[in-house]
Design a protein around this ligand. Structure first.
Ligand SMILES: C[S@@+](CC[C@H](N)C(=O)[O-])C[C@H]1O[C@@H](n2cnc3c(N)ncnc32)[C@H](O)[C@@H]1O
Length: 287
């Protein structure tokens, strides 16, 4: 299936317009965003999704250092969902619109984005930081960084995605490809409401890849960081320096964080590419 991220071409000058006034944008996004059609905020249970994926849904083994992560192939999961799911499904709506991103409906969780692979690779170089830790992956999609943390010895990994069908047909099925004693939980819905469902739960490590493309979501993401990170916890965020056509990116997100004043940031790893990619480390600011 032809599947494309509708981020316009970086070489096209008009696509860069939204990056121009960073400061005004930061002001604008500190207002809490109200969305009309939100995906249901819920916990999705592993035991309720204990079904066998059909044989034509194939899987790949990704190797990061000495750690293996099994993951169903996006395209075959997508084809399966197009066959199985009703037209009202948010994912099928996105496919009908020839897009892999329909804001507030389907946010691209069925594709494996390159920064998630960067983050998994990076995690294997700091294994001791996730061993025996409680980890959350936000905007997980396939959940490759979370799965990698699980394989590196995390005691508990919670996966969160906007879309419940991504969790049911992709993330959970990927977890089921592994033999693990790690305790996993799954949550759907918008970041703005995440802390209401997990309540007092705190995480030692929060992971997130390719989730800062839309500045409208920065406040919701930041709310999760503030409510859910332990006092000596750490956040690893993998992202492109700029998301053409959508307007978000590392610089804008760092400006947002600076303005909010809660977290210090450090670039701990850079991948030089046409659009460079980085891994940002966030920790609480010392008061
Ligand atoms: C571009 S995809 C990245 C998926 C995965 N992390 C990867 O890198 O392969 C963005 C992810 O963030 C999630 N997401 C986007 N906006 C969200 C929001 N407002 N609340 C919760 N999750 C959101 C989507 O469901 C989607 O899985």
């Amino acid at each position: 299936m032809a599947f494309r991220f509708n981020f316009p071409n970086p070489d096209h000058p008009s696509d860069n317009d939204s990056a121009i006034n960073d400061e005004a944008k930061v002001e604008e996004i500190t207002e809490k965003k109200e969305k009309s059609e939100k995906e249901h905020v819920a916990e999705i249970f592993l035991k309720d999704n204990d079904f066998d994926m059909p044989d034509d849904v194939t899987a790949t083994i990704h190797t990061f250092g000495d750690t293996e992560v099994h993951c169903y192939n996006s395209e075959s999961v997508e084809e399966y969902l197009c066959r199985k799911r009703p037209e009202s499904s948010n994912f099928v709506t996105a496919v009908s619109a020839h897009s892999d991103l329909v804001p507030d409906k389907y946010e691209g969780g069925l594709t494996v984005w390159e920064c998630s692979l960067d983050l998994a690779e990076y995690l294997t170089t700091i294994k001791t930081q996730v061993q025996d830790k409680t980890v959350l992956e936000l905007g997980c999609g396939a959940g490759i960084p979370g799965l990698c943390a699980m394989q590196c010895g995390a005691s508990e990994v919670h996966f969160q995605d906007y879309n419940s069908e991504v969790l049911e047909y992709f993330t959970i099925q990927n977890v089921r490809l592994h033999e693990t004693c790690c305790h996993c939980r799954f949550f759907s819905g918008d970041w703005s409401y995440f802390h209401e469902i997990v309540r007092q739960q705190k995480y030692d490590v929060i992971l997130s890849a390719e989730t800062i493309y839309n500045p409208d979501n920065y406040k919701g993401l930041h709310d999760v960081f503030q409510h859910c990170l332990t006092r000596d916890g750490v956040i690893y965020l993998a992202a492109k320096t700029h998301y053409f056509g959508v307007g978000g990116g590392v610089h804008l997100f760092e400006e947002f964080l600076k303005k909010e004043g809660s977290f210090s940031t450090e670039v701990v790893h850079t991948i030089n590419a046409e659009v460079p990619r980085v891994i940002l480390k966030l920790t609480w600011k010392k008061s």
